[in-house]
Design a protein. Structure first.
Length: 577
């Protein structure tokens, strides 16, 4: 592995040197051969021109036998094969063969070119002498026409013999240069890869956690810059690693000290991080690396994890794991493609709420009997002692106690986790009209106007008719109590996927500092007026619970001295009970 870079660089040089050497040999041999062939062809052409004056007399006398004898006589002196060929391809004379036994040469390339008046050249295998030869055809002209072709040829084996020694010399020279080049390439590769090896060794030490590793490069080139940058980077890495380690320890301490259960679910659905509180709530099997659905067997938990991932939005839900009641909250982590889940144990709080609710219900039921007896006794006393102020006061407070007990029982029913709505299609316009009819006489007694604003085609919503009527009655009663002039308007209108119910009055209004708390039980902004009118302080709390049970909410806007508007928003789709 340490020599991989050297071998790659040196191997590259080896391939390059061998390729160049091979190209030099191939192209030099081919170039030299072509040069020799051109030189030899030129020599044959000059030989033909020199022999032309001696051949012409034989042609003039049409002495073919003499011409054949002449060519055979001088061929060994000139070192070439000589042939005279007629324009029609008939062989008239040849220095090596009997012309009569030779085939027609009309279509030999060099003969064709010579017949056209040019010097013809050709290199091919001769079946006559069974050897590869170089041919040069020279036109023999008279009176502007070619009367014969003088062809000179030599064996190419002659040229091969001349090239053999030259090839050996060139090969030895190229081999020597290749060896020297390879030695230089090896030295250069070692010199080049030395700093790289030192950088590699230092990087391996840093990867193993040794941030004290440094690289010392004495050369003054890019490797020196690279080494200096590496050393600087290693120093910064040591500082950053120490900082990350410290922060990691702090984060682990913080996570372990959190009393709520905390877990991170990665993109594959495995628990990537859990704290001790999460293990205590979800069970000892909730270990890192396991799939969350294997160790946390709760549909509510799986629901908030799945929705947070699919909808990319925070989720929360209350569910049970074993005998524990938990509030779970989840949020999607886009960078990790995971989900962060926080669990809070509500078991003690829910037990306390159950105890409080049971106490309220039990006390309310226990108070109902004596209050009923007291109310009956007060009525008897009113009949026997009419006009007594003390009896009137006693009756009024007895009625108020009974109203408080009734409202406490209503709230306890609404807060019960086993409570469910009796959903049906409700015509809000008809329901609102019925509620206003119940209060019409009281509005007339106070000289107030009461109005209903609603679409003529009515508004239908899936709801519990009894609870909606109870909610509207509380809101109208509240508006009646705190309005002394003008009137009250109950308006119905459609929104985006919801129905809105507005109760507007022109009463005394609510000071801004009281608005955030008016839905708390027993909280009243004007205590003296509430006691005078017999209010329980529970009506708006009941309104809020009914709206939320339907999946809606209540909003309030008020200007002191000008009036108050309560707006109830109910979803059009069926609400969960």
């Amino acid at each position: 592995m340490r020599r991989a870079i050297f071998l790659k660089i040196f191997g590259g040089y080896v391939l390059l040197i061998l390729l160049i050497s091979a190209l030099i040999l191939v192209f030099s041999f081919a170039s030299i051969r072509r040069h020799f062939e051109r030189t030899e062809a030129l020599s044959l052409e000059n030989l033909g021109r020199a022999l032309t004056p001696e051949v012409d007399p034989f042609l003039d006398a049409d002495d073919r036998a003499g011409l054949d004898a002449f060519l055979k006589k001088i061929a060994h002196r000139v070192g070439a094969r000589l042939t005279v060929i007629a324009p029609n391809g008939e062989v008239w004379a040849d220095s090596e063969k009997d012309p009569a036994s030779m085939e027609n040469h009309r279509y030999r390339p060099e003969v064709q070119e010579a017949v056209e008046g040019k010097v013809g050249r050709s290199e091919r295998f001769s079946y006559t002498v069974e050897a590869k030869m170089l041919y040069v055809g020279l036109p023999l002209e008279k009176d502007g026409r070619v009367r014969a072709v003088l062809r000179q040829s030599v064996y190419l084996s002659y040229i091969d013999g001349l090239l053999a020694n030259l090839k050996n010399g060139i090969s030895r020279a190229v081999l020597l240069m290749a060896v020297l080049a390879l030695a230089a390439a090896a030295l250069f590769s070692l010199h080049l890869t030395g700093p790289i090896r030192r950088l590699t060794d230092a990087a391996r030490k840093v990867a193993g956690g040794d941030f004290a590793a440094r690289v010392h490069v004495r050369r003054r080139d890019e490797f020196r810059i690279l080494g200096d940058n590496f050393n600087e980077m290693t120093g910064r890495l040591a500082s950053l690693f120490a900082d990350v380690t410290r922060r990691k320890e702090e984060l682990e301490n913080i996570i372990s000290s959190i009393r709520d259960g905390l877990a991170v679910v990665d993109g594959e659905g495995r628990l990537a991080l859990v704290n001790d509180a999460f293990k205590a709530l979800a069970g000892p099997d909730a270990a890192e690396g396991r799939f969350y659905w294997e160790v946390v067997r709760s549909a509510g938990f799986q629901d908030i994890v799945g929705k947070a991932r699919s909808e990319r939005s925070p989720q929360s839900s209350e569910f049970r794991i074993g005998d524990k009641t938990l509030l779970g909250a989840s949020v999607f982590l886009p960078q990790q493609d995971g989900v962060l889940v926080v669990l809070r144990d509500l078991s003690a709080l829910r037990r306390l709420e159950d105890m409080k609710r049971d106490f309220v219900v039990n006390v309310s039921h226990e108070l109902r009997t004596p209050l009923a007896a007291m109310s009956g006794a007060v009525e008897i006393l009113e009949d026997e002692l009419p006009g007594k102020t003390t009896i009137e006061i006693l009756r009024r407070h007895t009625d108020r106690l009974r109203a408080i007990v009734d409202d406490l029982l209503k709230l306890a029913a609404l807060e019960d986790r086993g409570f469910s709505l009796d959903l049906e299609a409700v015509d809000l316009r008809a329901l609102a009209s019925r509620v206003l009819d119940l209060y019409a006489s009281r509005f007339r007694e106070k000289g107030l106007e009461i109005r209903l604003e609603a679409p003529t085609d009515g508004l239908a919503v899936a709801a519990d008719a009894f609870r909606i009527e109870q909610m509207l009655a509380n809101l109208v009663d509240n508006a009646l109590k705190y309005t002394d002039r003008g009137g009250v308007t109950l308006a119905l209108r459609k929104g985006d996927g919801e129905v809105l119910i507005d109760i507007r009055d022109t009463g005394i209004g609510i000071p801004a500092e009281h608005v955030p708390r008016i839905f708390e039980r027993f909280y009243v902004a004007d205590k003296s007026r509430s006691r005078k009118l017999g209010g329980t302080g529970l009506g708006l709390s009941i309104v809020k619970h009914i709206a939320e049970r339907h999946g809606g909410r209540v909003e309030v806007r008020s200007v002191p001295g000008q009036g108050t508007t309560f707006t109830v928003r109910l979803p059009v789709r069926p609400a969960a009970g």
